[in-house]
Design a protein around this ligand. Structure first.
Ligand SMILES: *Cc1c(COP(=O)(O)O)cnc(C)c1O
Ligand SMILES: [Zn+2]
Length: 422
């Protein structure tokens, strides 16, 4: 059998197991979609099949195909997602007073980390002869799904809150998807997409409930383990919405540690906006957990995260923790990252930088520790948000006088450089 490296789907609540060959989303023993499933592997089979050299050369996440829960006869639906560089960030490190490296996942094909998961989910949908894929999304998962559906020749119908940033509503339509802009929150769009999946039988890529989509997110953990083998960071920092991303990274990194490909694991630091802090609150055992989601970081504006359990387990097992930050902190982090390192992130992508600052202030991250921040989304996804941080452009007339009004009169001493010298 060609899926024999996947043992079973196991319920995170009651431990019941299900056949990985069927299309099943959650454990039916629990109300709603509470019974999130986890994919369990046979690592002896994987270890036998995996013969890639862990030398830091990663052209795409499919380097780790042996770890992905796809049938070995399936053809990957790929746009070369993953394989993102791990950058030194000397100026940012100096500002934050701690050694920081950046994993720049805004460079993925549709501009966001979610392509790792989408590539796996769409590969599975195509292999299972599904014609229509769907999801609910704060915006990025929808754009990602639309792109990969186009690549695979599948129809794509997506549910997005109507107030998502314009770029995220336009991008999936360029890829040919039907975008159903829901007059409501992400949480309402999510519930609707579940009802639709039940009623129409479309293949659902939703965060958390599709047990396979999170598995693609493990590859960021595999990559980080490979890229930091010589110097495993003390901390890896993510923003959290539904919580799948941080949980996926932890699972991937830990797998590589268990297989002795790397000899240490980092602590995971999860970052949430003050206005959408449900996982943070659950982790710190707050009595009352609000399901409001008010933040300009739309990609993590989640009131009822579907993967709180997996995310909290990742924080706990890794010895990590969660912090919250304000929207102003996020905007400051966005410009700080741009100005110090030339990396343009959308608000949720910059939030880890704000989280590092908060964790430094609270003594969670020490001076001599090392940190990797994963930037999950590209800045051009949401220019309206960034505009609040950078203010207006300087308007001038096309005259030297107007330039002089800003920089002072020219001293006339600059020699003209001729075209041939340029
Ligand atoms: C979805 C998303 C996240 C959060 O991922 P979860 O799995 O929902 O926790 C963070 N940043 C960006 C840019 C995203 O699109
Ligand atoms: Zn169960």
């Amino acid at each position: 059998m060609a899926l024999d490296h996947v043992e079973t789907l196991e319920c995170t609540l009651c431990g019941a197991t299900y056949d990985p060959d069927q299309v099943i989303y959650t454990c039916p023993n629990h109300e709603g979609v509470a019974g999130i499933l986890d994919v369990k592997y046979d690592y002896d089979v994987i270890n036998d099949q995996f013969d890639a050299v862990l030398d830091g050369h990663i052209s795409s996440q499919w380097k780790y195909q042996a770890f992905l829960p796809v049938d070995t006869s399936a053809t990957p639906v790929t746009l070369e997602e993953g394989g993102t560089e791990l950058l030194d960030a000397p100026q940012l490190s100096e500002t934050l007073g701690v050694n920081v490296r950046i994993k720049n996942d805004g460079r993925n094909p549709t501009g966001c980390f979610k392509d790792r998961a989408t590539s796996v989910a769409v590969t599975k949908a195509q292999h299972a002869d599904q014609d229509v894929v769907t999801c609910a999304s704060t915006g990025n998962a929808a754009a990602s799904l639309a792109g990969y559906a186009a690549r695979a020749g599948l129809d794509c119908r997506i549910f997005v809150p109507a107030d998502a940033p314009e770029g995220k509503l336009v991008q999936p339509r360029v890829y040919g998807a039907d975008v159903l802009a829901v007059a409501g929150s992400y949480d309402e769009a999510y519930d609707l997409s579940l009802a639709v999946t039940d009623a129409y039988g479309w293949y659902n890529r939703n965060a958390a409930i599709n047990p396979f989509q999170i598995e693609g997110k493990r590859t960021v953990g595999h990559e980080l383990a490979e890229q930091t083998r010589e110097e495993v960071p003390d901390w890896v920092v993510f923003s959290m919405g539904d919580g799948c991303t941080i949980a996926g990274c932890w699972k991937g990194f830990q797998e590589f540690a268990e297989l002795d490909y790397v000899d240490d694991t980092p602590q995971m630091l999860g970052v949430q906006p003050e206005g959408a802090s449900a996982i943070h609150d659950a982790f710190h055992e707050h009595d009352e957990i609000d399901d409001v989601a008010e933040t300009l970081a739309d990609a993590v504006a989640v009131g009822r995260p579907r993967n709180t359990l997996k995310a909290c387990r990742a924080l706990e097992e890794s010895g990590g923790t969660a912090v919250t930050i304000s929207d102003n902190d996020i905007l400051a982090a966005e410009t700080l990252l741009g100005r110090t390192e030339g990396i343009y992130a959308e608000p949720a992508g910059a939030a880890p930088i704000a989280g590092i600052r908060a964790a430094r202030e609270r003594g969670i991250i020490a001076d001599d520790e090392s940190v990797v921040a994963v930037v999950t989304g590209f800045g051009l996804k949401d220019t309206a948000g960034a505009k609040r941080a950078v203010g207006e452009v300087t308007d001038i007339k096309p005259t030297l006088d107007d330039v002089a009004a800003h920089y002072g009169a020219s001293d006339g001493g600059v020699e003209q450089v001729s075209g041939s010298e340029l």
